[in-house]
Design a protein around this ligand. Structure first.
Ligand code: 1AE
Length: 408
């Protein structure tokens, strides 16, 4: 079988259609998105244009009575046709095509030449673990909640409580933008002071992912300001800005801290069976290629649900061995509480980050008790102890399980 990825990028699509000739459709895509027309070209021009022509790699038709008819189509695009950046790749393989019928982009295998421009995550999973000095368990991240309209002393209080619970990372809420009550640099200084105060008690290092926001042309300047003020991680709403913006930040030597990618607006792109971009590609492969150290996405168990199959696809894309790209941390999120920890570890193993907002702050004993309950749940699962048994000697976990239940 031909190895296309030396100098072609291969796109896999799922096309639903009741009666289309899928082979003809695939030929139409391969020609239409590359040289435009082929059969009408004179022979001399054909030999000149051959190197630009898209190629149909395969057409697998699924036709079962009583089921929807579809085909998985793979097209190879010469990487000669586009500049080696993610916007050019996406516009080539799924620009106009994304609006042309019931078609979903399932996967992209980029060419070796295309990959040369991508170093991937600067820190990756192992780098984040090294910064924290934690190598043997899932990490725990908590999310600021109710931040809008609150001033700095209130934010500091919230930060300190979360940190005292033993979390490894704290992230801003993604809807916290530059604002007069808690401006970026002051927020970073205040929260990092609180982190140092908590470390005296917990002995634990902590990363604070401050939300990097504002117009694109000011992002680098904002990031540098945050880092100079002491920020040791950034949160970034990648899909609202575009993968290329993440790529630029991740490869910039001045951005010397890990970047956590938030999936805000991803729901406009992945959930449909018929349209959009599949979650493992959108939130897995492309995030890692563009340089996200951590990637958040909805889990199958919480309040905003993504299917288990999609979650496992993201996990594989972020963690599978790759000679050139570091691994990114999978962060299944949204509606996570301590009672879900056994399922998270069952499905993701220890190379994951347990991430919660409401599940920390909503603990009856407050945010510090919330963090402790999560840590107790993680330790119990790693010891092979059931959460129910662990509640007997951990009052914080007992209160959490009483409130939210436990999935064993
Ligand atoms: C999928 C993103 C989850 C997120 O950012 C967030 O804020 C979750 O909050 P909780 O844990 O659902 O309260």
């Amino acid at each position: 079988m031909r190895n296309w990825t030396a100098n072609y990028c291969v796109a896999t699509y799922r096309l639903h259609d009741d009666k289309a000739d899928f082979t003809k459709k695939a030929q139409g895509i391969a020609v239409g998105l590359t040289v435009g027309s082929w059969t009408e070209l004179p022979q001399a021009q054909k030999s000149e244009m051959e190197k630009h022509l898209g190629q149909v790699v395969s057409v697998d038709v699924h036709e079962v009575p009583g089921e929807e008819r579809y085909a998985d189509i793979r097209i190879a695009y010469p990487d000669l046709n586009f500049s080696h950046d993610i916007p050019a790749l996406l516009v080539t393989v799924f620009g106009k095509l994304s609006m042309d019928g019931r078609i979903k982009l399932l996967d992209l295998e980029v060419s070796d030449r295309f990959r040369e421009g991508f170093a991937g995550p600067k820190f990756g999973l192992d780098g984040v673990r090294s910064l924290l000095g934690v190598h043997d368990r899932p990490l725990l991240m908590s999310i600021f909640k109710s931040v809008i309209g609150h001033d700095m002393p209130e934010l500091r209080k919230q930060f300190l409580q979360q940190a005292l619970g033993g979390v490894d990372l704290i992230k801003d809420d993604e809807i916290l933008f530059e604002n007069p009550l808690t401006p970026l640099e002051q927020r970073v200084r205040t929260c990092m002071e609180a982190a140092a105060e908590a470390e005296q008690q917990t002995g634990q290092k902590l990363l604070y992912a401050v939300n990097l926001t504002g117009p694109t042309y000011k992002l680098k300047q904002q990031a540098v300001k945050a880092i100079e003020a002491g920020a040791n991680a950034l949160l970034f709403n990648v899909l609202a800005y575009g993968f290329d913006v993440l790529h630029e930040l991740a490869q910039d030597p001045d951005i010397s801290v890990p970047i956590a990618a938030h999936p805000a607006t991803a729901g406009a792109l992945y959930p449909s069976t018929y349209y959009g971009i599949a979650a493992p590609l959108l939130l897995g492969k492309l995030m890692r290629l563009a340089g996200a150290d951590l990637v958040l996405f909805p889990s199958p168990y919480g309040s905003v649900v993504m299917s288990k199959e999609e979650n496992m696809g993201i996990k594989e894309a972020l963690l599978q061995p790759d000679d050139r790209l570091k691994r990114s941390f999978p962060v299944p999120s949204a509606g996570i509480h301590p009672g879900l920890v056994p399922w998270i570890i069952r499905d993701f193993g220890t190379d994951t980050i347990v991430n919660a907002g409401g599940g920390v702050h909503g603990h009856p004993g407050g945010a510090a008790a919330g963090g402790m309950a999560f840590r107790q749940a993680i330790d119990a699962v790693l010891r092979g102890e059931s959460l129910t048994d662990a509640t007997a000697h951990h009052p914080e976990l007992a209160a959490a399980v009483q409130l939210w239940g436990a999935k064993e």
